[in-house]
Write a protein that binds this ligand. Structure first.
Ligand SMILES: Nc1ncnc2c1ncn2[C@@H]1O[C@H](COP(=O)(O)OP(=O)(O)OP(=O)(O)O)[C@@H](O)[C@H]1O
Length: 234
């Protein structure tokens, strides 16, 4: 089996069974749209999938191995990167922010420089490399956050409301990068309150309701493979 599969995932919070998921499969190069009402548990589920929060029960199947927590969490942290709803950029340049994770992994400096340069070019933000990351627009900050995630070469990327608070152009730029990530073989899980926009990108739509996942049809037209950069920028 390729991909990751979670079985029998359960989490109780304040005496309430918040998550009660029999089976959830993530595939590389595919995009899963996860929807649900406020407080349904979407962010909590993403944190479990990223290995940041242990469930009460659950099993991870990965590359033929069957893992329970905490070994499952270690495996998830290796394969999965979680992008917060409001990307946290620390004080420093855009290049420093993108390099941070690689430096923490002990990657040698020349390789860090090369991978950061490649990732910034990929996102069309090489011209922002020396800028103070905290003084960028919301759309630029989101592109930095996606670049910082991609430079770690994850197999799966979890995006919590990646286009919340972005205007039309910045939203298109974000969807453009998400389509590219998917085409590069990264598996995506996207939460959003914009079903039509995400449905253009997604292969499946799962609704989280009452702790359970239910498959729903995708809404609206699917986008083709076209990858013209919005706004005609770099
Ligand atoms: N660390 C925590 N401690 C206590 N309760 C929590 C914690 N994290 C989440 N919750 C509760 O769990 C429930 C699900 O929260 P979660 O943030 O996962 O929902 P969500 O579907 O992402 O919501 P939204 O769409 O509003 O972002 C909420 O009732 C929330 O208050």
């Amino acid at each position: 089996m390729s991909g990751l599969e979670l079985r029998g995932l359960r989490l109780r919070l304040h005496g309430r069974l918040l998550l009660d998921i029999e089976r959830l499969q993530l595939e590389r190069g595919a995009c899963l749209y996860l929807s649900g009402a406020n407080g349904a548990g979407k962010t909590t589920l993403l944190r479990i999938l990223a290995g940041l929060l242990p469930p009460d029960e659950g099993l991870l199947l990965a590359d033929g191995a069957s893992l329970r927590w905490p070994r499952a969490a270690a495996r998830l942290r290796r394969d999965v990167v979680y992008c917060h709803q409001a990307p946290y950029l620390f004080r420093g340049t855009v290049a420093d922010n993108v390099a941070y994770g690689l430096r923490r992994q002990g990657v040698p400096a020349p390789e860090v420089a090369a991978r950061v340069a490649e990732a910034l070019a990929w996102a069309g933000i090489a011209h922002l490399a020396g800028r103070d990351a905290r003084r960028l627009s919301g759309g630029e900050q989101q592109r930095v956050a996606l670049t910082r995630a991609r430079v770690l070469a994850p197999r799966y990327l979890l995006l919590d409301e990646p286009t919340a608070n972005l205007d039309g152009e910045a939203r298109e730029q974000t969807y453009f990068l998400l389509r590219r990530l998917r085409l590069e073989g990264i598996g995506l899980v996207v939460t959003s309150h914009e079903p039509r926009a995400v449905s253009r990108l997604a292969d499946r739509h799962l609704l989280l309701e009452g702790g359970r996942l239910r498959e729903l049809p995708l809404q609206g037209p699917r986008s083709g493979p076209g990858l013209a950069r919005p706004g005609g920028g770099p």
